[in-house]
Design a binder for this molecule. Structure first.
Ligand code: TXA
Ligand code: MG
Length: 343
């Protein structure tokens, strides 16, 4: 199959691209689309044959369910049943964070095929705020299923070129919407009625952080260590090996943990690139990539993470060594990705 890349660099081109993407979705085919987080691989969520193509193209196991994207807040109710006891919280969360990088896991409606939910009785839903994706969804008219547009277990793509690297020849169309503004996948949450406050359980940390969420309930993080490979986990994004570059990547806890092997070439993935952090002068690195130069901002580091790891993957080092990141805010999501990439 020849993979076409469609541009969105002018109004005329965007119109044509939107038309082409909608036609493919209507025909039960796949389209890679830009979102504010990472590129997604979209298909008609209500057409099991179309959804099956996503699993085939990504070589993704069927137990790993997909995120359903809706074009409007109210369309949530077409795919999910919102229980009365959490309805207020759901409404507040969608009013605050949608369109945006927050995914809600809710009881599914029967219209959603089993294939989308991996047989679970819940469905993951979000509304992206990417303008091109939004137009395509609105013109298409129904929900689309769209996981990240990478081969299963590999790095999530934050540019059209990164999608080409992994899916060229496997899908008919990639819509190039430029670099993704957030660079990390959406935060996934599940909501429970609590005793005093609702409980918001974070299944996957992301751009919407604990500080953002705690106004709406008690925030708890799903335990990640209990998850074992090859079983159906609650949020299979928690699978241990994920986000893996081709080169081995190792996350250090402390500088002392690094002992280089003779003759091996190493790249350093640095948070702020500051001497005083103790990693820069640890070794004569063959490559150094700094995620947020200067004073260091985890949000900036998050935006650049996948892009920078991809670049180091293309360099001629043997191994990528990563500094640790602060375990707070977006840093939680960064650490989550690095831990999985390094296991
Ligand atoms: O930002 C994002 O969320 C991107 C863009 C493309 O929207 N999508 C994305 O999809 O990251 P994916 O498939 O790579 O990750 C979705 C995660 C998976 O870990 C999946 O297991 C989890 O969501 N998930 C989907 N449905 C679920 C459900 N019903 N319950 C728990 N976890 C679910
Ligand atoms: Mg993914």
């Amino acid at each position: 199959m020849e993979t076409q890349i469609a541009t969105t660099d002018s109004e005329i081109n965007t119109n044509e691209t939107v038309r082409q993407a909608v036609a493919l979705l209507q025909a039960g085919d796949l389209v890679a689309l830009p979102t504010e987080t990472v590129y997604g691989l979209a298909a008609d969520a209500l057409d099991p044959a179309a959804v099956e193509k996503i699993f085939a193209a990504k070589e993704r196991p069927h137990f790993d369910p997909l995120i359903v994207h809706v074009h409007h807040k109210d369309a949530l109710y077409e795919v999910a049943e919102v229980p009365e006891e959490i309805r207020k919280t759901v409404v507040k969360l969608t009013e605050t964070f949608w369109p945006g990088p927050l995914t809600l896991v809710l009881p599914r409606r029967a219209t959603i095929p089993d294939l989308v939910t991996g047989g679970l009785d819940t469905v993951a839903v979000r509304q992206t705020d990417h303008p091109v994706f939004h137009r395509i969804l609105r013109n298409f008219g129904g929900p689309v299923a769209a996981p990240s547009a990478n081969m299963f277990g590999q790095l999530s793509p934050t540019s059209a070129q990164a999608v080409v690297d992994q899916l060229d020849g496997r899908i008919p169309l990639i819509v190039d919407g430029g670099a993704c503004g957030r660079g990390l996948e959406s935060t996934i949450v599940k909501i429970f009625p609590g005793e005093k406050k609702p409980i918001i359980e974070v299944l996957r940390p992301g751009p919407i952080t604990e500080i953002d969420l705690k106004k709406f309930g008690k925030v708890v993080f799903a335990k990640r260590n209990e998850v074992v490979e090859d079983s159906a986990p609650e949020a299979p994004g928690m699978l241990q090996s994920h986000y893996a570059p081709h080169k081995p990547l190792r996350l250090l806890e402390r500088p002392e943990d690094f002992s280089p092997e003779e003759g091996k070439r190493y790249a350093l993935l640095s948070y702020r690139g500051q001497q005083k952090d103790g990693y820069l002068d640890l070794h004569e690195w063959d490559e150094i990539a700094i995620l947020s130069p200067g004073s260091g901002r985890v949000a900036e580091a998050g935006i650049r993470l996948f892009h920078v790891i991809r670049q180091l993957d293309f360099s001629d080092v043997d191994e990528i060594i990563s500094e640790p990141f602060p375990d707070r805010g977006v840093g939680k999501a960064i650490l989550d990705k690095l831990r999985k990439a390094s296991s």
